[in-house]
Write a protein that binds this ligand. Structure first.
Ligand SMILES: [Mg+2]
Length: 181
């Protein structure tokens, strides 16, 4: 049977969103994120980060800075190796190369190719409507982590999500319950 994986949005899902963050010393995990990631890893899920980082395309931060922030986050999440792979779209909206930006399912499809995943058994966790839509378009289940959902996107995201989690514990509980069956 093809594998399942969990796709994770980064900003305002795993870490506090600071727009165009390039300084690893400012990385702050959201409550419960580390424990949830450890539970999902122990259950055998690859954890694949899928993140729009348009600050690179806008010339505000470098790819190396994005990588430094990712590495700091991963240490806080439980150590190197907690995240299996990172997929970033660096393009700014409207760039000729922005077609991989969420809500495009492109980064999830790349993960499926790289790891031989059955997308129907995969789950995406995110905080924005574009995350939920990327998951749906890829054929995954989508969990809306209701910690920092932009108010103007909330009703649409709640309507389209497979599950709305009030916190990380509830998101991990749902994923582990769902994938058991
Ligand atoms: Mg986000």
């Amino acid at each position: 049977m093809a594998k399942a994986a969990v796709f994770l949005d980064r900003d305002d899902t795993l870490i506090e969103n600071i727009p165009y963050l390039g300084d690893p010393s400012q990385v702050r995990l959201l409550p419960g994120a580390a424990e949830a990631c450890q539970r999902l890893r122990q259950a055998g899920f690859p954890l694949l980060v899928v993140s729009n980082q348009s600050g690179v395309g806008r010339g505000l931060i470098s790819k190396d800075q994005v990588r430094a922030v990712d590495q700091k986050m991963e240490i806080l999440l439980g150590g190197s190796g907690t995240i299996t792979r990172y997929y970033h779209c660096y393009a700014a909206p409207g760039d000729p190369y922005d077609e991989r930006r969420k809500p495009s399912p492109a980064m999830l499809q790349e993960g499926a190719r790289d790891f031989g995943l059955d997308l129907a058994r995969c789950v995406l966790v995110g905080n924005r409507l574009s995350d939920i839509q990327a998951g749906i378009r890829a054929g995954c289940s989508s969990v809306l982590l209701d910690l920092h959902v932009p108010p103007q996107e909330k009703s649409g995201a709640v309507r389209e999500a497979s599950f709305v989690a009030k916190d990380w514990t509830s998101a991990a509980d749902w994923i582990l319950r769902k994938t058991k069956t």
